[in-house]
Design a protein around this ligand. Structure first.
Ligand SMILES: Cc1cc2nc3c(=O)[nH]c(=O)nc-3n(C[C@H](O)[C@H](O)[C@H](O)COP(=O)(O)OP(=O)(O)OC[C@H]3O[C@@H](n4cnc5c(N)ncnc54)[C@H](O)[C@@H]3O)c2cc1C
Length: 481
């Protein structure tokens, strides 16, 4: 049976936009359906507005003057629209040859979807392949009183017109942490509550402890290891009752931001009609991003696998290559980077130290502090560390954690190196410009040479050439040179 399309993409966020672009570039007759605005969470409710607030917060704190929040609002809107026009404008995708359709899609059977546009008009279309890219929404836990208490999530946070005097943020993950710093810098008194004892639980505890201390110095109050028992309040004030070690405490603030995670968004798709299975995290996919129904793929946040824009794009390429080219590409789980864009930034790629310890892999940690990176010294940005985990024998890099200025840029050095088999030895042998932050990466790699120094070899050199200097002192394995 001939279908109307070769491939239909449902959802026009980071995942859907990439999938549609790749599909049309491979010659497929492609439709992309979006119920709201192209760009999805990243442009409108996620990456972009959060980074705008971080930037404006930093500028406000540096100026020492109170912020005019109407200017912040205008900037938030203007920058989001600039990015939308530059990257997400439907006309650009139509020019590429993609049929961009406004409306909400639901499956009617395995091969057909129904699109309902904002005027309520229905239309059915069929396709050989489908890519589900319908994203995620904020997960709000069932806390007593929350349903009756006005609260913010990432969906309405970037639309507020007045700067709150104080805000309680529930959740010390990347969103809660970035917004804690942004709003504290803008002038809001921030309290962060989390049931865990650390913030950014997926990052290295040494590094997140540094960030937490930094945020505390900026004025953020942390209530960690504390569960939220109940909330109450109205649009002007909220009360959050927390419990720690059997003791309760009532926190008061003007606004409440729930940053308690994200949940896959697939309910309106009527996946039962297509027979697509879902699990705890979202639409269930294998490493080819294929669902249990052979011609239906799912990518990005809706799968609940990795909720990052770059992973949405990665999954889009995997899914479309598998569907259209029958090219058996698999998701890369080994080299996934992530960054929290606070000041200082916290970045990671590859295996975490905890994972390496749990799996019993033999590795060594090579550390380098920012206070030995000359560019960080000249910039007065000496707070930071580079941690690299690598095989002692050949310098094969297994993972890296960085906290410090430009950590989000530096981490790509390690992502590129790991993906392409570049070792610490190779990095140490590469010429890096002085004085740059990247030179810190080379100097971290130098530590591999230092630790592989051989006293025996130096003894031989001394004997052969008659040199009279000292032998290397390897008594302190943690010595940084
Ligand atoms: C505050 C915040 C900050 C973030 N910061 C970063 C960051 O710095 N770096 C990073 O990598 N990631 C960040 N993320 C995560 C990132 O935004 C997401 O991983 C990414 O947007 C996921 O893209 P997606 O295409 O899977 O989903 P989405 O962007 O959510 O797109 C899904 C689209 O599908 C549409 N849709 C849903 N159902 C239907 C339907 N039935 N029919 C038609 N259309 C439908 C929706 O309207 C939406 O436009 C952040 C997220 C948040 C919330």
């Amino acid at each position: 049976m001939k279908h109307q399309y070769d491939l239909i993409v449902i959802g026009g966020g980071a995942a859907g936009l990439t999938a549609s672009g790749v599909a049309v570039s491979l010659g497929a007759k492609t439709m992309m359906i979006e119920k709201a605005r192209l760009g999805g969470d990243c442009t409108w409710y996620g990456c972009v507005p959060s980074k705008v607030l971080l930037n404006l917060g930093k500028k406000t704190a540096l100026s020492g003057k109170p912020v005019d929040f109407s200017v912040v609002r205008k900037k938030l809107d203007n920058i989001r629209h600039d990015i939308y026009e530059e990257a997400d404008d439907p006309e650009k995708f139509r020019e590429m040859g993609i049929d961009v359709e406004e409306g909400e899609a639901t499956f009617t059977d395995k091969q057909t979807i129904r699109i309902k546009n904002s005027d309520g008009i229905l239309r059915e279309v069929s396709s050989k392949y489908f890519v589900i890219a319908t994203g995620a929404k904020a997960f709000v836990p069932p806390i007593p009183g929350l349903d009756k208490t006005p609260h913010l999530t990432n969906h309405n946070l970037f639309e507020i017109d007045e700067l709150p005097k104080s805000m309680i943020i529930v959740g010390g993950g990347p969103i809660g942490t970035e917004m804690a710093q942004a709003f504290q810098n803008l002038g809001t008194k921030i309290t962060v509550v989390d049931m865990l004892d650390t913030i950014l639980v997926n990052d290295h505890p040494d590094l997140t402890a540094i960030l937490k201390e930094h945020l505390e110095k900026q004025g953020v109050t942390y209530e960690l290891g504390a569960g939220v028992k109940s909330v109450s309040g109205n649009k002007n004030s909220v009360e959050v009752t927390i419990e720690r070690g059997g003791k309760t405490k009532v926190l008061k603030g003007e606004k409440l931001l729930m940053a308690t995670g994200r949940r896959a968004n697939y309910e309106p798709l009527n996946l039962d009609a297509a027979g697509v299975q879902t699990g705890k995290q979202g639409v269930t996919v294998n490493d080819k991003c294929r669902t249990n129904v052979k011609h239906i793929y799912a990518i990005g946040d809706v799968t609940g696998r990795y909720q990052f824009t770059h992973m949405s794009e990665h999954m889009a390429k995997i899914a479309v290559s598998n569907a259209l080219l029958k090219f058996p590409m698999k998701m890369d789980h080994k080299h996934v980077p992530w960054v929290t864009y606070t000041d200082p930034e916290v970045a990671h790629v590859g295996a975490t130290q905890k994972q390496l310890d749990e799996t019993g892999v033999k590795y060594a940690t090579y550390k380098f502090p920012y206070n030995m990176i000359d560019r960080a010294i000249t910039d007065e940005k000496t707070e930071g560390w580079i941690y690299v985990y690598a095989k002692k024998l050949n310098g094969k890099i297994l993972g890296a954690d960085i906290i410090g200025a430009h950590a989000g840029e530096l981490i790509s050095q390690y992502a590129l190196a790991m993906k392409n088999g570049v070792t610490l030895k190779n990095m140490a042998d590469t010429i890096y410009p002085y004085p740059s932050y990247a030179l810190g990466a080379r100097r971290a790699a130098d530590q591999w040479y230092v630790r592989n120094q051989s006293v025996g070899l130096v003894k031989w050199i001394k004997r052969i050439f008659g040199y009279r200097g000292p032998l290397p002192d390897l008594s302190d394995p943690d010595k940084i040179v």
